[in-house]
Every structure is written in C-alpha cells, then in structure tokens.
Design a protein around this ligand. Structure first.
Ligand SMILES: C[S@@+](CC[C@H](N)C(=O)[O-])C[C@H]1O[C@@H](n2cnc3c(N)ncnc32)[C@H](O)[C@@H]1O
Length: 364
C-alpha cells in the first residue's frame, strides 16, 4: 500500500481497498436493486390500509402533507428515488403529473407494479440517475426527494440538476439522513452481513463515520462451491446471515450484538481465496450545514428546515393514545395529521432539521 494511511477508515476498509482493489459501484446496484421491497412492505396506503391506531401512519400522512404543502402550486412534480413509490404514489391525487426517477431497474419495476395495483395513472417511473437528469431545463414546478439525494454518488451534482430542471419559483422538498444532529451513534460504525439470496453468496461490510460524514459499503462476492467445501466457513457465514435477519426483526436494535466476533482482518484474509468479485460504494453524507452551503452555492433561496419526525404530531398522538381517545379520532385523523404536516412547513426555519425546503428564485 502506498501513500499515507487514512486513519478515518477502519482496518478492514483499508485491507479491502489495498488487497482486493474493489471496483466502484453505486447504492442502486449494491443495495436497492437487491431488495425485493425497499420498505419492508409496510408503507401505509401503498401496501397496507391506513390505520389510525398506528403512530407511524399518522406520521406518514403528516409527511405526505408536508411534501404537498411545500410543493403547492406545482403542476408537474419530480420525485427522486421513490423506492417502492414513496412519496409520489401517496401524493398523486394532489398533482397533475408526477415523474419518479430511480437508477435501480428493480425499484422502477416495483414502483410501476404498485402504481398499477393502486390504479394510479398520473405517475410515471423512469430508470434515471439524479446526478444526470434527462430533462430539459425548467421542466418541473416542484421536486420531492425522500432519503435519496444522499444515496447518489454526488449529492452536489444531483442538487445542481434539481435546480436546473426546476422552473423559476419552483421548490425542492427533501428528507435526508442528517449526519450532524441525528447521527445514530448507538448503531456503531461497522456492520457485516451475509446474503445467500440472489446469486452467489455475498458478504457486505459497511463502515460509517460522522467526521468525515461518510458511509462505505463493500460487497465481496464469493465462489459458491468454495464456500460449500469449507464447512467451518460456511457455518460462520450462515450464522452471520441469521444474525442479520434477526437484527432486522429486532424491535430494539440496541439488544443486538454490535460487533460480531468475526469482524477482524484475519477473517477477511481467510475469505480472500473465495472472493471472485469485489465492489463498493462510498457516500458523502450531508449535515444540515453542509446541505445549506451546497444549496446556497447553487443559487437556491429561502432555505428552511424542520424535524421530519414531526414532534408536535407525535406528542398529539401520544397524548390521545394515553387518554384512550384514538377511536374518537378515527374519522378525522387524516385531516388532523395533515394539518400538523402542513403547519411544520409553514413554521420551518433556518437551522438544523432533516426535512429541507429550498426555492429556485423566481428571477435568475
Ligand atoms: C432510502 S431509499 C428511499 C426510497 C423512498 N423515497 C422512501 O423514502 O421510501 C433511496 C432510493 O434512492 C434511489 N437512488 C439511489 N441512487 C440514486 C440516484 N443516483 N438517483 C436517483 N435515485 C437514487 C434508490 O434506488 C432508492 O430507491
């Protein structure tokens, strides 16, 4: 290995980069295209009937209201990275036309299937990367992006593209994983998971750091017969796969062992003869401050934020649940949740928050 040692990377990352020379990939290819459902099939309306007794359904409705309020007045809306069709499918009846773009062919297939199943005909889905949008300048009155800008290879370029395709006066409304305020320290900075589905056994190693705000995921694809011949190793890999599934189903992730015993360079050295392909992606994550700097440099104005968890709505729900008033609110819950979401947009301010709104100036 040449050059300085990058101490911001874990030992395993440094080993993979220098010993396996992985080729550069994307989140769409290494993550989202491998998922049957990006949302675990739990999105209200898209997969399940709206249920007033669930706080997550109130919050979902509040967030759809927030996107809708932020983009009010737009006729044609762009949704970047809709996953299983969120938020565009839930917003469809509020806008004339919505176009969803996602570079993952599998996600686009699922988005189209969901639209068809829900009989939604004014939302179109295209396979496209937000970093180079195939639309003319000033095409859309509004752009929505939910947890997607930070999943691109280059968030700054994606946001420049958003500015370009917005009509003057049009707005961007985006939720993003804020690596400043809300970085989930408790989740730790390393994770190992094994997947046997979808082709050869694959081992994914993920490392995240807060400073620099970065997330890297390495996919090591293994020789199937080689794994089967080494029974001991196969047992370890199957154990890791089981742990990953258990982790996903845990109601309290803090109960999970944060660091499997096998998470050291020796384990990777042992695997090395079985690695037939190695790929990785690296994300430069955003904080409220770095996002604002980028938006300002591009030329956006009126940049405001709020907390996408909608704390006022949560408090309202918790109090109603505690007082046993939820049944009473069954018929009005959508309207109430809607008002909390719209109000969050109206009250949004400068400063931190993982829901951001920004406007392309009316005259440039
Ligand atoms: C965390 S999911 C969010 C999905 C959905 N918006 C939601 O909130 O449920 C990220 C989505 O962004 C998409 N994505 C990844 N890279 C992208 C890119 N370069 N351009 C557009 N979308 C991208 C992924 O394929 C995935 O559908």
């Amino acid at each position: 290995m040449s050059g300085d040692i990058d101490t911001t990377r874990t030992d395993i990352e440094r080993w993979i980069l220098s010993e396996l020379s992985p080729s550069r990939s994307t989140t769409a290819e290494l993550s989202y295209d491998r998922m049957e459902s990006q949302s675990g099939r739990c999105l209200p309306v898209i997969y399940r009937p709206l249920d007033y007794s669930k706080r997550s359904h109130w919050q979902d409705t509040g967030l759809i209201a927030a996107f809708t309020e932020a983009l009010r007045g737009a006729r044609r809306v762009l949704d970047i990275g809709p996953g299983d069709g969120w938020p565009c499918l839930r917003m469809a009846r509020r806008f004339e036309q919505i176009v969803g773009v996602d570079p993952s062919p599998r996600r686009v297939r699922v988005q189209r299937e969901n639209a068809e199943r829900l009989h939604i005909h004014n939302v179109e889905f295209l396979e496209m990367d937000a970093v180079s949008l195939d639309f003319a300048d000033r095409t859309f009155g509004g752009v929505a992006a939910a947890s997607s800008i930070e999943q691109t290879d280059d968030p700054e370029r994606a946001l420049r593209e958003v500015f370009r395709v917005l009509k003057p006066g049009g707005r961007l409304a985006m939720v993003f994983e804020d690596y400043g305020e809300y970085f989930p320290e408790s989740e730790g900075d390393e994770e190992l998971r094994v997947e046997f589905a979808d082709g050869p056994p694959a081992l994914f190693y993920q490392a995240r750091s807060k400073d620099p705000a970065r997330e890297s995921k390495y996919g090591l694809f293994l020789d199937d017969s080689g794994v089967r011949e080494d029974n001991e190793l196969e047992d370890v890999l199957i154990g890791l796969e089981r742990k990953a599934v258990e982790f996903e189903n845990l109601s309290d992730p803090s109960q999970a062992p944060s660091r499997p015993d096998t998470l050291d360079v020796r384990f990777f050295e042992r695997l090395r003869p079985l690695v037939v392909d190695a790929r990785y992606f690296e994300l430069r994550h955003l904080t409220s401050e770095t996002l604002d700097q980028i938006l300002e440099a591009i030329g956006f104005e009126d940049i405001r934020h709020f907390d996408h968890r909608l704390p006022n709505l949560r408090r309202f729900f918790d109090a109603a649940a505690e007082d046993g008033r939820l049944d009473e609110l069954a018929s009005s819950f959508e309207d109430i949740a809607w008002e909390f979401g719209a109000e969050a947009v109206r009250a949004a301010e400068e400063g931190p928050g993982d829901f951001a709104i920004a406007t392309r100036p009316a005259e440039d």
